[in-house]
Design a protein around this ligand. Sequence first.
Ligand code: AP5
Length: 217
Amino acid sequence: MKNFIFIGAPGAGKGTQAALVRDELKLAHISTGDMLRAAVKAGTPLGEQAKQYMDAGKLVPDEVIIGLVAERLQEPDVDQGSILDGFPRTVAQAEALQQMLSEQHIELTAAVLFDVSEEAVVQRLSGRRVCKSCGAIFHVTNNPPKETGVCDVCGGELYQRDDDEETAIRQRLASFRKDTEPVLSFYDKLGKLVTIDASASPAEVNERFKRFLATLG
Ligand code: AP5
């Protein structure tokens, strides 16, 4: 059973790679960003609380997000293996996750850093389009849908995320540097950190991930 954490700056391609790997390895894909956006859309109290942080590009408080992940890890699909996409993002979240995994006897395979320059992430985020219905991710030039504004997978409408505007992008990059970069040292010390150069095309980054998988035996 494989259990991965996908880490990277906003727009590094975590969601894009997670969608490819989840389908190939039949893993549960746990994206805290997607879970929060679903709560916002549903208008739940959690969604209302999270929205103000997300729109500003700030991290949602640790206690909120840790509770959300703890609940999600109880679901049966996690027994097949999982990808945590966008969690943990602070050292407090990483410590809480270690505790949860050890209580559930789940072994972390690797924390995978998708490494890409800030210039590239700004280009990726400013052109991103996401399907309102199924969440599939596109890019106006890097990965355009066949028909403008329409999802190739389900025919749903594509939209631009509220936090993909310049001020929020800058704040998200600042949060990554300040709060999430220390998480890299946390996993490095545990011997679990793997870095993949994510500056190439999505297909090539996926190949690089597969080459890493092959080393696991
Ligand atoms: P979240 O949704 O996790 O946002 P993020 O980390 O900022 O990451 P993104 O989803 O923006 O990018 P990605 O790396 O998945 O890139 P993608 O594959 O889409 O979180 C949103 C907010 O929720 C946070 O700001 C925070 O408020 C809150 N939150 C979530 N988790 C939290 C936590 N743990 N703690 C506290 N708060 C939390 O790709 C981006 C674009 O690039 C796409 O258009 C894609 O088509 C394109 N692309 C992808 N790969 C490539 C490639 N290799 N080459 C060229 N283009 C590419």
